[in-house]
Design a protein around this ligand. Structure first.
Ligand code: SF4
Length: 369
């Protein structure tokens, strides 16, 4: 999602006659598009911003912006921690960046009578993104494009910061989505990925996600498409059937399970059980022949016992994923789980992480043979 948001921001700046550079030393504006899903990602951003502190005291002073989920999370507090940041913009406000740059450029003229906050700009109201921002025509990859179909998420999994930083679920009009795909094809794109935190929650008027993929499948000039990410509780056999029947859909399913323990799944507020997940993946394998299946797993969630962990281990062994992204739990601000005692020691999280990683590596190796 952040990759696409960065393209949207670049597209907006290009329409303002800015040019892109990959060299920070020659940049007039440096924008950090940030992620808050894990503490590690945030730590990296603070450290990167720190590296530009010196540049701000040198002759050339690039304007520095912090956008995305960290911006929404910390709002004006960003300036206390990183005084070299000039503006802060939440994910739902990225369309305001052109006006913000106008304001910030005016503030570049030194004015010692003003306080630090008077010289800064932050926009974190979380307003609805205007449709036009998806139509600037800027894509980093010349053959593949990401297309956002919905923004935000209303599932409130207890560990996840997304509903707080990206807001609740908002669906784009399917006609606008199809128009964007056609525009991308006119620019030479032949492959697309439909994007959303929970794509199968898509619903606009009478069109649900299965109907949307059937529309996308017949777009002229499109050769292949895929989608990420799905939530197991909203995933239907109808979707698997569409994946089997529609010739342009890539047979790839990323279905985050997070845990194999029913007790932990309940505490995570995931809305399904281990049995439900096993039946779902079983059906996927039966309906979508040779379909690839990947997942996300969190180890060391609060109160996770050895028995809970073994349930996750056994699930990974039973399902035989093609690949899995395995994470050590870290509490995120605003979330329900932040109130839980983070009682699995760091070393234990690392041990569990390594055990699942080793198991998955072995499974992935065998499945490739
Ligand atoms: S479904 Fe995904 S994005 Fe939504 S709250 Fe749960 S983990 Fe976060």
């Amino acid at each position: 999602m952040n990759v696409r948001d960065s393209e949207v921001i670049c597209g907006l700046l290009i329409t303002m006659n800015y040019e892109l550079t990959t060299d920070p030393d020659e940049a007039d504006i440096i924008i950090f598009n940030t992620c808050s899903v894990r503490q590690h990602a945030e730590d990296k951003v603070w450290s990167e911003i720190g590296k530009f502190r010196k540049a701000k005291t040198a002759k050339r002073k690039p304007i520095i912006g912090l956008v995305g989920c960290m911006a929404q999370n910390y709002k004006e507090k960003v300036f206390e921690r990183a005084s070299n940041v000039d503006f802060v913009v939440g994910p739902s406000d990225i369309h305001k960046i052109p006006q913000i740059l106008d304001k910030v450029t005016r503030h570049q003229i030194p004015d010692t009578s003003k306080s630090l906050l008077e010289l800064k700009v932050w926009e974190t109201d979380g307003s609805v993104r205007p449709e036009e921002i998806y139509h600037t025509g800027f894509y980093e990859d010349k053959s593949h494009a990401y297309v956002v179909i919905l923004e935000g998420c209303s599932n409130f999994c207890s560990y996840c910061v997304v509903p707080y930083v990206r807001g609740e679920l908002r669906n784009r009009n399917y006609k606008d989505i199809l128009k964007e795909i056609e525009e991308a094809i006119d620019k030479g794109i032949t492959k697309i990925t439909l994007l959303g935190q929970n794509v199968n929650a898509y619903h606009y008027e009478e069109v649900n996600f299965v109907k949307l993929v059937s529309f996308v499948n017949v777009v002229k000039g499109l050769k292949e498409f895929s989608f990420i990410t799905l939530h197991p509780k909203d995933t239907s056999l109808e979707l698997f059937q569409a994946m089997a029947d529609l010739e342009k859909i890539k047979k790839y399913l990323h279905l985050p399970v997070q845990s194999g323990s029913d007790r932990i799944l309940k505490s995570m507020n995931r809305g399904y059980t281990k049995r439900f997940y096993l039946d779902l993946t079983d059906n996927y394998r039966k309906i979508v022949k040779d379909g690839v299946l990947t997942t996300d797993i969190i180890v060391g969630f609060p109160t996770e016992t050895e028995e809970d962990f073994r349930d996750t281990y056994n699930l990974v062994n039973d399902v035989q994923f093609d690949a899995a992204y395995i994470f050590k739990y870290s509490p995120r601000p605003h979330t329900e789980a932040e109130k839980f005692l983070d009682d699995v020691p760091k070393e234990e999280k690392e041990r569990r992480h390594k055990i699942i990683l080793d198991l998955q590596r072995e499974i992935s190796r065998k499945r490739k043979c």
